[in-house]
Design a protein around this ligand. Structure first.
Ligand SMILES: [Ca+2]
Ligand SMILES: [Ca+2]
Length: 75
């Protein structure tokens, strides 16, 4: 979890060009990240068209679960 938080913080800082600790659709587009644009609606849990740190953390935590579960199943 701590590693996820650090990762999301680094990503958030990289994408957050106006440094308001929120990611707008425009900021996500600026990075030309098609993946993030597609995922924007999913990440934006309260659908206010802004991604805050909590939403981003929740999203990353949710996506990180999957490879871990797959890895566990192999063992
Ligand atoms: Ca911003
Ligand atoms: Ca939001």
């Amino acid at each position: 979890m701590l590693a996820n938080n650090r990762l999301s913080q680094a990503l958030l800082e990289a994408l957050d060009t106006d440094n308001d600790a929120m990611l707008s659709e425009a900021e996500v587009s600026v990075e030309h990240s098609q993946f993030l644009q597609d995922e924007f609606v999913k990440i934006d849990a309260n659908q206010d068209k802004m991604i805050d740190e909590e939403e981003f953390n929740n999203y990353l935590a949710a996506t990180k679960e999957q490879p871990i579960n797959v890895a566990k199943r192999k063992i």
